[in-house]
Design a protein around this ligand. Structure first.
Ligand code: IPE
Ligand code: IPE
Ligand code: MG
Length: 248
């Protein structure tokens, strides 16, 4: 198995962790067992990203649309999230990982939010991998709240409409200060974005795999990175121009 070129790693990898339910169903187990197994993939992929020296890893854990799932499944997912955060805190501190969360924070149950805030706070000074969890996240709601915040500033006279450019919009997204994802992976065989990072993924390289999330491991991440490294990112230019500039 060839190894990825360490000098050309994606700075930011974003993953739509899909297929937990089908993984469980295939084994005749309740869906929640798939989510539980998926936590092990999260641990493995976080470790791999950290060891490789990836800057940012964004994991889509719960979408704004996932609130429509049966209440018991939602509850179980929130419970798993809380346990995950509690149990990972010491590992994150030890490994210089810093936690960030993007999404509708006010919709996260309070007991989960409390743990989340504590982990964010206690890992804020860490300078290694940024683990960015997308929770109650939706690209459309993210853009909508950014527009609201900008409109408020215009009304308050802090901003004038003429000065609103892409940089201003970016500063009001949950991901302010983070680089855009270079590589966006979706497991579980579906080839759609499901409201994930709509603004930020405009030039991400997309990678879809049939592998269900609970089966996704470091080796599969390396395969995705190798595939990414074979592509030419042109950003609108001609192939020849892109070759000359090597820009990101
Ligand atoms: C992804 O797995 C996890 C979440 C959306 C929370 P799914 O639960 O969507 O699994 P499938 O797509 O039903 O197999
Ligand atoms: C996307 O998966 C959201 C997460 C992985 C958290 P879904 O399973 O919810 O997406 P759809 O409904 O198939 O588009
Ligand atoms: Mg799914």
């Amino acid at each position: 198995m060839p190894k990825p070129d360490i000098a050309a790693l994606p700075r930011h990898i974003a993953i739509i962790m899909d297929g937990n339910g089908r993984w469980a169903e295939q084994q005749g187990k309740p869906r929640i067992m798939g989510h539980r197994a998926g936590v092990e993939s999260v641990q493995d992929i976080v470790r791999a990203a950290r060891e490789l020296g990836i800057g940012v890893l964004t994991l889509y854990a719960f979408s704004t649309e996932n609130w429509k799932r049966p209440p018991l499944e939602v509850q179980a997912l929130m419970g798993l999230l809380k346990t995950f955060l509690e149990s990972e805190l010491t590992t994150m501190v030890r490994n210089n990982v810093s936690l960030r969360c993007i999404g509708q924070k006010d919709r996260i149950p309070q007991e989960v939010r409390k743990v989340m805030d504590r982990v964010i706070q206690e890992t804020a000074g860490n300078t290694g991998l940024i683990l960015n969890l997308a929770l109650s996240y939706g690209g459309r709601s993210e853009i909508t709240q950014a527009v609201q915040a900008i409109a408020r500033k215009c009304v308050d006279g802090v901003l004038s409409p003429e000065t609103i450019d892409q940089a201003v919009l970016e500063q009001h997204l949950y991901t302010a200060g983070l680089p855009d994802p270079d590589l966006l992976i979706r497991t579980g065989g579906e080839t759609r974005l499901s409201n994930f990072l709509l603004w930020q993924a405009s030039y991400a390289e997309l990678y879809f795999t049939e592998i269900l999330w609970p089966d996704f491991r470091k080796q599969d991440l390396l395969t995705a990175i190798l595939d990414f490294q074979k592509r030419q990112r042109r950003f609108g230019k001609t192939g020849k121009q892109a070759e000359q500039t090597h820009d990101h």
